[in-house]
Design a protein around this ligand. Structure first.
Ligand code: KIV
Ligand code: ZN
Length: 406
């Protein structure tokens, strides 16, 4: 059976960027958009043009700067927003307008002071209006996670009738459990007339840490597109992280799914987004955190040195990281110490290693992590002088360092 392609819709520049302290200007957005295109995303949600002149300009500049990727602009179900979105997309080779409205009881009642019937009318009108400008119109049912499935199906069926090409089912508040979200997607697939002519999309927020699990449940139940952000940036606890969902798909061939992402570029774009937005990546973040491929306990280090797969299920090279790192702490053992010295060009025999290890432990107990510079100091302090230098073997590889311990 052939594999099914999952489209990756990146919203780092819209949902990701609409976070306090994370503002990007047009120039910064264009740099990231170009990288996203090279990364292989299918859609770049470039901004919300009606929100500010700079965001309008960003969308316009991004349209000029990318050629293969669909560029999408967000709007509410309001004519003025849709017009702005359409105008900003004027230079896009592949434009998409993303319009929609809240469909949960909570949104209908408190946000719009409206009724379900009026919401359907407004949704239809928005899609019809957007279709006047572009062929590709994505409809979002905001707060779909808390919308009853029957009503959600009715909304979707109506907007499809008027030309929506993509249907987005946001779990706006990160409310759903994976099983619940998966069932919602399956329900729509099975009950909405015309759904098979469209692309069904997931858009999950991470309020309970379930955004990636929910997106996965969505694609396992028939969704064809995942909306996500680099490093999972986004409102509150963020969105589904691109690197997580892409690597889950890559690592699990039995899912029979694939994406067009060049995973080897993940690490570099993750760093670029973090630096440009000022949003630091937590050290233990899956795939892109600094600890994601670092090992510090003696047992794990020993295993990794013997065979990487003992403590890693993902090959760091697959995400653009040259190799796993062995971090030297007070929990490290002799194997890790010898390994790191070897990398520095020092090959220690057993006696030398014993001597150096005891000095190392004294240092490591006082410090969080031992650096290469400190390793050289430790070597000196271990007093491997001319007298006991016979215990220390220099490596004779070309990139080795001759040892001259005094
Ligand atoms: O989370 C959400 O509901 C959204 C929509 C505007 C697509 O970001
Ligand atoms: Zn969102």
């Amino acid at each position: 059976m052939g594999k099914n392609r999952i489209q990756i819709f990146d919203t780092s520049l819209r949902d990701g960027e609409q976070v306090p302290g994370c503002k990007l200007n047009a120039k910064e957005k264009v740099i990231i958009a170009k990288k996203l295109e090279v990364l292989g995303v299918d859609v770049i949600e470039a901004g919300f043009p009606t929100s500010s002149p700079e965001d309008y300009k960003s969308v316009q500049e991004i349209c000029r700067s990318v050629s293969k990727t669909i560029v999408c602009a967000l709007s509410r179900a309001v004519e003025k927003d849709i017009e702005m979105a359409a105008l900003s997309l004027k230079y896009a080779k592949k434009p998409r307008i993303h319009t929609g409205i809240g469909t949960s009881n909570c949104h209908i009642r408190y946000k719009f002071n409206s009724t379900p019937e009026k919401i359907i009318e407004q949704a239809i009108h928005a899609v019809k209006y957007a279709k006047k400008f572009v062929e590709d119109v994505e409809f979002y049912a905001e707060d779909a996670g808390r919308t009853e499935n029957e009503f959600l199906a009715k909304v979707c069926e109506n907007v499809i009738k008027y030309g929506a090409t993509v249907i987005n089912i946001p779990d706006t508040t990160g409310y759903c459990l994976p099983e619940e979200y998966g069932n919602k997607i399956r329900f729509l697939k099975e009950n909405v007339k015309g759904i098979h002519k469209t692309i069904l999309s997931t858009h999950c927020h991470n309020d309970l840490g379930l955004a990636t699990a929910n997106s996965l449940a969505g694609i396992m139940n028939g969704a064809e597109q995942v909306e996500c952000t680099i490093n999972g940036i986004g409102e509150r606890a963020g969105n589904t992280s691109l690197e997580e969902i892409v690597m889950i798909i890559k690592q699990n061939s039995h899912l029979n799914l694939f994406t067009n992402i060049n995973t080897k570029l993940i690490s570099s774009i993750s760093n670029l987004v973090s630096e440009s937005t000022g949003m630091k990546i937590q050290a233990n973040k899956a795939i892109v955190g600094t600890n994601a491929f670092s090992h510090s306990s003696g047992i794990h280090q020993d295993g990794i040195i013997k065979k990487r797969e003992t403590y890693e299920s993902i090959n760091p090279e697959d995400v653009g990281i040259n190799e796993s790192s062995i971090i030297l702490t007070a929990r490290s053992g002799r194997a890790a110490l010898a390994y790191r010295y070897k990398k520095l060009g020092y090959l220690l025999n057993k006696n030398s290693l014993d001597l150096v290890y005891s000095v190392f432990l004294e240092y490591a107990d006082k410090k969080k992590e031992i650096t290469d510079t400190e390793l050289k100091i430790i070597l000196k302090q271990a007093n491997l002088n001319e007298k006991n230098n016979q215990m220390l073997h220099t490596t004779n590889t070309t990139n080795s360092i001759r040892i001259n311990v005094v």
